[in-house]
Design a protein around this ligand. Structure first.
Ligand SMILES: *[C@@H]1O[C@H](CO)[C@@H](O)[C@H](O)[C@H]1NC(C)=O
Ligand SMILES: *[C@@H]1O[C@H](CO)[C@@H](O)[C@H](O)[C@H]1NC(C)=O
Ligand SMILES: *[C@@H]1O[C@H](CO)[C@@H](O)[C@H](O)[C@H]1NC(C)=O
Ligand SMILES: *[C@@H]1O[C@H](CO)[C@@H](O)[C@H](O)[C@H]1NC(C)=O
Ligand SMILES: *[C@@H]1O[C@H](CO)[C@@H](O)[C@H](O)[C@H]1NC(C)=O
Ligand SMILES: *[C@@H]1O[C@H](CO)[C@@H](O)[C@H](O)[C@H]1NC(C)=O
Ligand SMILES: *[C@@H]1O[C@H](CO)[C@@H](O)[C@H](O)[C@H]1NC(C)=O
Ligand SMILES: *[C@@H]1O[C@H](CO)[C@@H](O)[C@H](O)[C@H]1NC(C)=O
Ligand SMILES: *[C@@H]1O[C@H](CO)[C@@H](O)[C@H](O)[C@H]1NC(C)=O
Length: 477
């Protein structure tokens, strides 16, 4: 008797979830009840609402461990959100539809009147709308930002995340693109030749190898390997285009990254927004976004990735325009732009005297290449000690450089590395109050000679928000 009571709840759980493998027309899921889901027969995947903030919900297909692999995406390529009155419906006319509390349609599969008779979530995580046995629509063919094993990525399917996209080109190359225009990562294959490729397909194998195959060749080519490939057969692998523009493979969850297209995050075009400069702080692998100088300010102090803007636009200071010099800095040059072979001084001067040029980069290592960037354009910067290039940016005079990092100034300095809760810091240093949240920060405080105090904050983990503060001796008194 006791044993039977213990067995009952799990048995009930299994029967209720497997019964929804095929979704009957007229079924609905309600945002107000996130425990209601449509599951795959093996319970490895489920479709349901997830609360993303106190009043917003998204509908997604997730793994049993809660990793979302598909969601409805609206026109701005972000997950379509609804309020607690939101409903996801499989209508009897064959349409899948997400409506918010007001009754407005936020997303639809556009499959009404196509003879759809059934909807089901299969054991590979694919949501399929079928007319008898013919698949009319599937989530695998309409991917969002994630690819799972048994999902085929072909030339007409694009993974998107914000302004970034990942695509397989007709010639068999795979690319990462910013704003549909700048290809900042491209990988070809050695055995497949562009002249022979007809309809390439990219697939993430269950063993962690990303392969490319084509009708023209019986062989498939390995494109990328997870660092744990061929081990852990039962782990759920997936590949995702992050909102940071990097493409990664994972084993199990997003904490177990096993491969990244770009090992150096600062190489992602536009990571720090327009005129933002990506760099790393010593002893940290998380990138930080800074403005080029005090002539600039952050577009959004709470999100440094939104880039920077001039405090005074160059149109408003005619006759007093000058070039800000940024050493060891490269402005990425993927677009068509003027390339000239001139020295560093001319690279600065030519841009200054040109009305269309607003920035330039001199690759002062071997060749005297000068890249002139013309308006309207977008500047994505990378600053680091290994870079030999010098960049120039048009600003209204006078140039107001950032205080140089005090570690480089020599002289006496004392540093402490602390881990504090920002709430505690706010109480003592009021300048931080505006941008600090209740997050744990790695804090580094340096007292350097007579120059003052430098405090750097790095949010633990993500590195999404970082800030440095300089307090001069005068400010401290
Ligand atoms: C929420 O959904 C679950 C699963 O379908 C169901 O058992 C439960 O009664 C629902 N709760 C409410 C408040 O409707
Ligand atoms: C798309 O989603 C974004 C972010 O969730 C939201 O701000 C925007 O209003 C949505 N747009 C439409 C047309 O639904
Ligand atoms: C519902 O969606 C419509 C259209 O996207 C929008 O105008 C409206 O504000 C939304 N209502 C709620 C409560 O989200
Ligand atoms: C993926 O492609 C393979 C080979 O072309 C095919 O057998 C399989 O059915 C495809 N999978 C899906 C989900 O379309
Ligand atoms: C991609 O789309 C084009 C135009 O819509 C179509 O002609 C082509 O057959 C599609 N290719 C694949 C592989 O589905
Ligand atoms: C992206 O491109 C469009 C035009 O193709 C442009 O209007 C928009 O400003 C670009 N976005 C950014 C962030 O530069
Ligand atoms: C990829 O692009 C390069 C040129 O950028 C080309 O030579 C190559 O054939 C393309 N295709 C593959 C499969 O690499
Ligand atoms: C293209 O395919 C043909 C046969 O299908 C083969 O003979 C030829 O060598 C291939 N070309 C390249 C460049 O691989
Ligand atoms: C013009 O620029 C110079 C240095 O570049 C600066 O000293 C001066 O204050 C500026 N004048 C005005 C009116 O902004």
């Amino acid at each position: 008797m006791n044993l039977l009571l213990l067995l009952l709840p799990p048995l009930l759980f299994i029967t209720t979830t497997t019964s929804t493998a095929t979704i009957p027309p007229g079924s609905s899921l309600y945002a107000s009840n996130t425990s209601q889901t449509w599951s795959s027969p093996n319970n490895a995947f489920f479709l349901g609402f997830t609360r993303v903030d106190p009043t917003s919900y998204v509908i997604s297909i997730s793994t049993a461990t809660g990793v979302p692999i598909w969601t409805t995406v609206n026109r701005t390529t972000s997950a379509a959100v609804v309020d607690s009155g939101g409903v996801f419906q499989f209508l009897s006319n064959g349409n899948l539809r997400l409506v918010n509390g007001s009754g407005a349609t936020v997303w639809t599969s556009n499959t009404a009147k196509l003879g759809v008779t059934s909807a089901s979530l299969d054991d590979t995580g694919n949501l399929v709308l079928a007319a008898n046995t013919f698949a009319v629509w599937s989530s695998f063919e309409n991917p969002t930002d994630t690819l799972v094993p048994s999902q085929n990525l072909t030339v007409n399917q694009t993974l998107r995340s914000g302004v970034y996209s990942f695509q397989l080109l007709r010639d068999g190359n795979i690319t990462l693109t910013w704003n549909e225009s700048v290809v900042y990562w491209k990988q070809g294959s050695s055995s497949l030749s562009a002249s022979n490729v007809t309809s390439p397909t990219l697939r993430l194998q269950p063993n962690g190898i990303l392969t490319l195959s084509d009708a023209s060749s019986r062989r498939s080519e390995n494109v990328a390997y997870a660092n744990d490939y061929d081990v852990g057969a039962d782990v759920v692998r997936f590949m995702r285009l992050g909102s940071d523009g990097n493409l990664r493979m994972y084993s199990g969850g997003t904490t177990a990254m096993t491969w990244a297209a770009l090992a150096d995050q600062c190489q992602v075009y536009g990571y720090c927004g327009n005129m933002g400069i990506c760099s790393y702080m010593e002893s940290s692998s998380s990138p930080i976004c800074k403005c080029p100088s005090l002539n600039f300010e952050a577009v959004d102090v709470n999100d440094r990735r939104k880039g920077c803007k001039r405090k005074v636009e160059v149109e408003n200071c005619a006759g007093n325009v000058t070039m800000l010099e940024l050493k060891q800095t490269n402005f990425f040059t993927f677009q068509d732009q003027q390339i000239v072979t001139i020295g560093i001084t001319a690279c600065r001067g030519n841009c200054l005297s040109s009305t269309s040029c607003f920035a330039s980069t001199s690759l002062s290592d071997t060749n005297a290449w000068c890249y002139m960037k013309n308006t309207p354009d977008f500047v994505s910067g990378y600053q680091g000690p290994v870079l030999h290039s010098t960049s120039f940016l048009k600003v209204c005079g006078p140039v107001q450089p950032k205080p140089s990092p005090l570690e480089q100034s020599g002289g006496d300095k004392k540093c402490w590395k602390l881990r504090v809760w920002a709430g505690g810091v706010v109480a003592t240093i009021s300048v931080m109050a505006a941008s600090a949240g209740l997050f744990c920060f790695h804090t580094r405080i340096c007292i350097a000679g007579q120059r003052g105090l430098r405090i750097s904050l790095e949010q633990e983990g993500s590195g999404l928000f970082t800030e440095e503060f300089y307090l001069t001796e005068q400010q401290l008194r």
